[in-house]
Design a protein around this ligand. Sequence first.
Ligand code: UD1
Length: 339
Amino acid sequence: MKVLVTGGLGFIGSHTVVELQNEGFDVVIIDDLSNSSIEVLDGISSITGFKPVFEKLDLKEKSSVVSFFEKHKDIVGVIHFAASKAVGESVKEPLKYYENNLNTLIYMLKSVLDLECSNFIFSSSCTVYGQADSMPILEKAPVKAAESPYGNTKQIGEEIITDTCKVAPNFNAIALRYFNPIGAHHSSEIGELPIGVPQNLVPYITQTAAGLRAQLSVFGNDYPTEDGTCIRDYIHVVDLAKAHVIALQRLLEKKNDSNYEVFNIGTGKGSSVLEVIESFERVSGIKLNYAYTARREGDIVSAYADISKSNKVLGWESQLTLDDAMRTAWCWEKTIRKL
Ligand code: UD1
């Protein structure tokens, strides 16, 4: 069964390709290489033994999308990761984000609707909840006004899919709302490759330990939490990748309850910034150089998932721990830095 993974050379995309191949799917990747590297293909094939079909294609070019699907009418499902994802950049360049994340989604959907097997998995984010009123966050929690154009593209993306599902009964979609994906494949063949100075906590930690950064700034220790630092739900990228395979199988086996479903993908457990640092120090044996600084603008205090729906309805649950994620993230950092 042929599956299209857009953005399949990115962090979550590449791990999902591996899990799809492990389950016997025939994977075709589209990626424009704007935020990924062609070498990731080798990483994937050294894990699975199969090099997926790859097309370098810009999904903003509608005619390219149309001609791609002309050649691949036998696709049974699309997992759509391709999108820009830097929150800060999205504030500076909103139109780039609306164009990259929404035009491409619309072109994809138009083509997917014409497929005989019209199944679609959308990368959404816990960012749609903003600072939720209560924890853990249920899927039915209200969607709050987006804090950034990036967050807005995820909200609008979900709305576009919802409206499409209303008028296309043969179209089936699942949106997965990821909490904070971290870690790397245990083989250290693939992992996260942030361009420039990392904005996210875990790559900043591993780059500091590797000597690329002098010190980690912990943004704020005066939050109303037990140790004063923010709480997030850190999910191992391999567990997250497996959620995509299970969601796709649910659509292929027609087990979905409606033609549009939404699931939280997290561990259900909140960890503070200090707990993440402690986990890193435990698994690496390294004392991390960090200091408290001012709060980062736009940060919410706490976000962790209610995972009862993804456990009971989707039949997925996370298997790997925070320590597993920190260990594999560190092994990956050492591999790419040749340490
Ligand atoms: C960020 C994005 C979110 C995206 C998610 C994907 C923002 C505002 N939000 O979430 O939209 O879906 O990444 O992974 O960027 N921290 C430090 N020092 C650092 C970096 C981070 O203390 O150098 C802290 C932050 O204050 C936060 C926690 O670590 O409390 C996690 O930060 P980060 O990894 O950037 O993720 P989010 O902000 O949760």
